[in-house]
Design a protein around this ligand. Structure first.
Ligand SMILES: *Cc1c(COP(=O)(O)O)cnc(C)c1O
Length: 447
């Protein structure tokens, strides 16, 4: 069994989870509702496992971020981090609302183009952009490339020159700041692979102005994910501000600072990151510089906007101190618990379940790995065979990280909007699992 983190405080109760997730409500007849739609109705129609995403919640949360920045008197554009949830419906909504995007691959760039997002609203981050990806991005006239190394700066200059283009670039700075989050999602420490070492940045920025095909406009930073305090942001932005002043003093222009993403949400009982506090931090550290600012949130807007519906395949209890409830969803669908020891809320769908006594329950998937565990000793009402549950806060780093491990087809995805719901991805068929595979006519060694 994977060692989940040991929490010394009690898990939130079902009532407490409902209180921290206002888009989830209960109805005495229908049970658990999501943006006013009974989740049982969706599961009845399309089966489980099934991802449900709420357009209303996503819009509201993006709006709250934008309002926070405007209210702080800041000129901040929002670039949604595509990797959190790259579904075309999400990107289309982002484009319609007028936001930009932050991408980390050519595939993500292609999706943004498919979703109709103008190339000049796209920012390209990432530590290992291939030549083909850079050619594609520069050829399209992408808005900005965040350069992560001295080596990459030279490569971009060469490609842009060859294409007869000018690439607008910032340098992504590694501020050597501890974001105080899970080690696998910390990106701003000197030991991490991301960004340019702070002490090299000023000289490299000067060099960028001497290289052909480049238009250096400023700096970017991104220190990690699921950050719920402002202290690491203060520390990182103070260093970036220091850098801006240094290079300006040497006569170089700086027009842009990209503040990255990383704002955390309430999975368990964290006080979720507040966009208003982030805006205050940005204003305090960067507000006087007279630069165009941007943020790159992924998890914060879209994480709480999704749930994963699942049914109990069986309840394994005989001879055991606590039951194992085996779901039809597994680590191949949602890898966060096994990969990051992530804690996700679990709520039943049935109306009567909210009034029943709770007992410690292990919630697991059917995949042949002990790490395929969603929760240990979770206080839940009796979950019998065919009972349904919702796993909360799966809108970010959920479906997008799915695989077909154990030959388990990718699950259905549904979008809820204005009290209506639509299938936005059909359940993968068994044939689709192997449709891109071929068997050689003469297998090796048998020719
Ligand atoms: C992943 C990532 C983000 C988004 O992070 P969240 O924690 O989801 O907000 C933003 N910028 C860059 C460069 C990233 O790699």
């Amino acid at each position: 069994m994977a060692d989940l983190p040991v929490y010394t405080d009690a898990d939130p109760s079902m009532a407490e989870l409902l209180a921290t997730h206002p888009h989830l409500t209960t109805d005495p007849m229908c049970g658990l509702m999501f943006e006013g739609v009974p989740l049982n109705a969706i599961a009845d129609a399309v089966g489980t496992p099934c991802w449900v995403l709420g357009a209303g919640t996503l819009r509201q949360r993006l709006k709250r971020m934008q309002t926070a920045m405007v209210d702080a008197g800041l000129d901040v554009s929002i670039h949604y981090a595509v990797k959190a949830n790259d579904h075309l419906s999400v990107l289309s909504l982002i484009g319609q609302e007028g936001y930009g995007v932050d991408i980390v691959s050519g595939g993500e760039l292609a999706r943004t183009q498919k979703a109709g997002i103008a190339a000049n609203r796209v920012v390209f981050s990432g530590v290992g952009k291939s030549d083909a990806e850079l050619e594609y991005a520069i050829g399209l006239g992408i808005g900005q490339i965040n350069v992560e190394s001295a080596e990459e700066l030279g490569i971009i200059s060469a490609i842009a020159t060859r294409l007869g283009k000018q690439a607008t670039i910032t340098l992504r700075i590694n501020p050597d700041v501890d974001a105080k989050t899970h080690a696998k999602i910390t990106t701003g420490l000197a030991a991490n692979k991301f960004g340019i070492p702070f002490d090299n940045a000023a000289a490299l920025y000067a060099r960028a102005f001497t290289l052909p095909g480049l238009k250096p406009v400023g700096f970017a930073t991104h220190i990690g994910s699921q950050i719920v305090s402002t202290a690491p942001y203060h520390a990182a932005y103070a260093r970036v501000a220091e850098l801006v002043r240094t290079v300006r003093a040497s006569g170089l222009s700086v027009e842009v600072v990209d503040c990255g993403g990383g704002l955390g949400i309430c999975y368990r009982n964290e006080v979720e990151g507040q966009p208003e506090a982030l805006a205050g931090t940005i204003r305090a550290e960067l507000g006087e510089l007279g630069v165009r600012l941007s943020i790159e949130p992924g998890r914060w807007p879209v994480g709480p906007a999704g749930v994963l519906l699942s049914s109990v395949v069986l309840r394994k209890q005989e001879g055991l101190p606590a039951p194992f409830v085996v779901l039809d969803a597994a680590m191949n669908d949602m890898v966060r618990p096994s990969m990051y020891d992530a804690w996700h809320g679990i709520l039943p769908l049935a109306p009567q379940a909210f009034n029943q006594p709770v007992t410690p329950t292990h919630v697991v998937g059917p995949v042949c790995e002990s790490g395929d565990t969603f929760a240990r000793d979770r206080l839940l009402p009796p979950l019998e065979r065919a009972s349904r549950i919702a796993i909360l806060d799966t809108g970010a780093y959920g479906a997008v990280m799915s695989s077909t491990y154990n030959s388990r087809p990718l699950a259905t995805q549904v979008l809820v909007e204005n009290g209506q719901w639509t299938v936005i991805r059909h359940r993968q068929t068994l044939e689709e699992l192997w449709q891109d595979e071929t068997i050689p006519a003469h297998p090796t060694g048998k020719a």
